[in-house]
Unconditional design. Structure first.
Length: 337
């Protein structure tokens, strides 16, 4: 994954950004609580992806407020938001934009009309319902933060995030994302059903008066400053090596690969995995008001970073083994320090 590298600035600006993030955390959580009940881990992972400058895949059944959550996050950060509903007949130009013939004072000429991808936060809703050709239209935007149409490069506004949702239970008529595109998502966030008390609270809220409007806490400029700040969080060689060892242990057929990996996985995590893991751990440390990365930051984020990068083989599927179980055994096998 290629992450944009922010330009260097003075130490005083970084200190100001750190203080703004530290003091704004409580407000962000309070604003999101106006519309979202529970799901604290999911919310934190989405926020960490934004702080790290990475894209996020959100997997969950219908009706779990995935769209509402992404829209609420966009409002808190005062970012331009666009929702794209992916369908089997959606074309690449429906996302990126197209050239149309227009009448001008000098005659007819082609003009590029921007598509919905030209926003700060793109909600790619049910991305696995559209064919690979249309899915691939997002790849250039995700990787290069630009769109090329008729040989002309159109730069996207910063910050730019793709938050894609997919429905795990609708397998018929869907097009699973290819591994190369999955690897470009920083996180795969799993959103599950709420506990009973939280679900009762959701019903109370949604069947009574309208929720209070969400107020912006940060701006797009703040987010760009946070990206710069995240990259400056120090991390020890031991923590980096731990992230690398975790990824290396998922690769079948290597000398030090644990037996359960050889038995259950046909493909493991590439170099983007520890890169994403360290960057996300830096964001978590900063979000928690710390100026250094701990082993715990890495361990906490292994699941969302690895779960879409590990490919189960037929033996695992036959035995009913899940990716979550493989990750749990991996953390028991690869010890920190």
């Amino acid at each position: 994954m290629s992450f944009p590298t922010p330009a260097p600035v003075s130490a005083s600006e970084d200190e100001l950004a750190f203080e703004k993030l530290r003091s704004g955390r409580v407000r962000v959580e309070a604003e999101l609580a106006k519309t979202i009940v529970g799901q604290r881990e999911v919310i934190e992972q989405l926020l960490l992806a934004l702080l790290a400058g990475g894209h996020c895949l959100v997997t969950g059944a219908p009706g779990l407020a995935k769209t509402l959550l992404v829209k609420s996050v966009a409002q808190v950060f005062h970012l331009a938001f666009q929702r794209i509903q992916f369908t089997p007949d959606l074309m690449p130009a429906d996302i990126t934009g197209t050239e149309i013939l227009t009448e001008t004072e000098t005659g007819r000429q082609l003009a590029f009309v921007r598509g919905p991808v030209f926003a700060n936060i793109i909600l790619a809703d049910e991305i696995n319902r559209t064919p690979p050709k249309t899915q691939a239209a997002l790849l250039e935007a995700m990787q290069e933060h630009q769109v090329t149409a008729a040989g002309v490069r159109h730069v996207l506004a910063e910050p730019f995030f793709v938050l894609a949702t997919q429905n795990p239970i609708e397998m018929e008529g869907t097009y699973p994302l290819p591994e190369a595109q999955l690897d470009r998502f920083l996180f795969n966030v799993r959103i599950d059903y709420l506990p009973e008390e939280d679900e009762v609270e959701v019903i109370r809220r949604t069947t009574s008066r309208a929720a209070a409007p969400i107020e912006s806490v940060f701006t797009g400029e703040d987010v760009i400053a946070f990206h710069r700040l995240v990259r400056q969080v120090p991390v020890s060689d031991e923590v980096v090596r731990y992230a690398v060892r975790l990824a290396a242990a998922t690769r079948p057929g290597k000398p030090d690969t644990p037996p359960f990996v050889d038995e259950w996985l046909s493909w493991g995590a590439g170099t983007r995995a520890p890169q994403s893991l360290v960057l996300a751990a830096k964001a978590r440390a900063l979000w928690n008001g710390r100026a250094h990365v701990s082993f715990e930051d890495v361990r906490t984020l292994v699941a969302p970073v690895f779960r879409h990068r590990l490919l189960l083989n037929y033996r695992a599927e036959a035995a009913g083994v899940t990716v979550e179980q493989v990750i749990e055994k991996l953390l028991q096998h690869v010890l920190a320090g």
